[in-house]
Write a protein that binds this ligand. Sequence first.
Ligand code: ADP
Ligand code: MG
Length: 533
Amino acid sequence: MLLEDVEALKKKIKALIAFRVIFATLLLGSFYLSSGYSKLPSAFALSYLIISLYVVTIVYSLLLVRVKRLVLFAYTQLVLDVIFEIILIYITGGIESWFSFTLILTVISSSIVLNKRAGYFIATLSSILYGVLVNLQFYNVLPLTIGEIIEEKNYLSNIFVHTIAFYLTAYLSGYLSSRLEKTVKKLEEKVMDLRDLEYFNREVIEGLPSGLFTTDLSGKVLTFNRAAERITGVKKESLIGRRIDSVLPYFKIPFSEGRTEGTIMVDGVQKIVGLGVSPFRGIDESTKGFIGIFQDLTQLKRLEAEMKQKEKWAAIGELSSNIAHEIRNPLASLKGSIEMLKEDSIPKNHKERLMEIALNEMERLNRIITDFLTYSRPTPPECKKFDLHGLLDDAIELLKNVEQNNRNNISIQKNYNDIIEINADPQKMRQVFWNLGINAIEAMIEGGELIITTKNTGGFIEISFKDSGTGIAAKDIEKIFYPFFTTKEQGTGLGLAIAYRIVEEHNGIIRVDSRTGNGTIFNIMLPVTDEKA
Ligand code: ADP
Ligand code: MG
């Protein structure tokens, strides 16, 4: 048996003992006072019975604390009750006694204190003992105390009626008490649920690390958790029942949808707060009020700003070291050439060669610096409408010249679709096409083919440069648009960085698709704009 059940049974047995003694006192007391007593043939017997009942009650009470086998204890009491009652019935006239109803009370008690089965057991015991008593009277083994003659069929029907009554009582009381038990169990579960809910409310909502408030439809505060108090520095007591913005102006009513950020002043210190408010609905789906959840973002924002600052410094540092590196190389060869030129003894043709190297290096330095300035100090684009294909043709002409003067093993194809007029800065666009074209040529040392395709897809103008060159290694592809990223000995790594920047200035996108050995395709998408230049 569970501990709770033991406690419950103990309580029931206590009630049984109390009920018995109170009932006996009242019933028998009133019987003494009434006229019935004087008619009794054995008044002493009744007195003995009552005294022993009290004695038994005292014994029961003493035993209750000590007894371990409570069910057996209860059975013993109930059986003894039946015996007491049979004696009582016998004393008060047997078949004529109206105390036979006390047996019914014991049947009911047994159903309540124990269970249905005990009810039937006591009903059976009562029927047998009552039957025996009445039969003994019928056969005159026990004397009929109140001398009248009773007919045989009265004896039988009396026994019959009593037996039926006992069993019916056992059935009904058993049914009711089991129903009652179930209901009590259910009720207890409900109470547990409620307690859980209360716990949830208190611990979870109060323990939430975010500030939480709820208001009714007019913005009057219903709940305000601990974190909310901590963040705002406002005590719950000073808010409950008042409009939230009367104390905390940041929480403006009506609440704005989605997440918002703002600042609040807490003890003279500014705090950044992120707030999300959503309506809460009742069971009937109608809006009942609002739930707001907010966080103190001050620390986070500070960290974020610090991170950004750090990233910026890191990028600047990297860029600076790249520039230094790019400039130092040509400077070193310049220095070398000039130092050698200082010697008087070197032959004339050697001198000329050194001069040429020095000039070339200066040229290269100049180019790096110009490119870098183009990249780092972009001028705003001066847009105008022009024919895209005309501009591309010019660029291709220049590329061809360069190529033919070099190795002359590359063919450049045009694949123009539609007539395309774009609104852009032609100077800058020329730069983009030049950078992409030169890269393509440089990637096709063994010769190959560059196809330039244009398309107007409605929303966008697409320009692609597809070459059959070396392709780009997967590990490099993310870096090719970074300034100073180059895989070429003489490269500056600024061509694509500049192209990227210019396309971005035109609100376009530049993408690359390439694999080592498979050629490369650069795709530029420029939005079609209607504005006049
Ligand atoms: P640079 O040409 O001075 O190296 P870019 O910014 O123009 O600098 O290009 C960066 C790098 O991207 C190149 O060094 C090269 O490795 C790679 N790259 C760019 N275009 C192509 C291409 N069409 N095919 C293969 N690799 C390319
Ligand atoms: Mg380049």
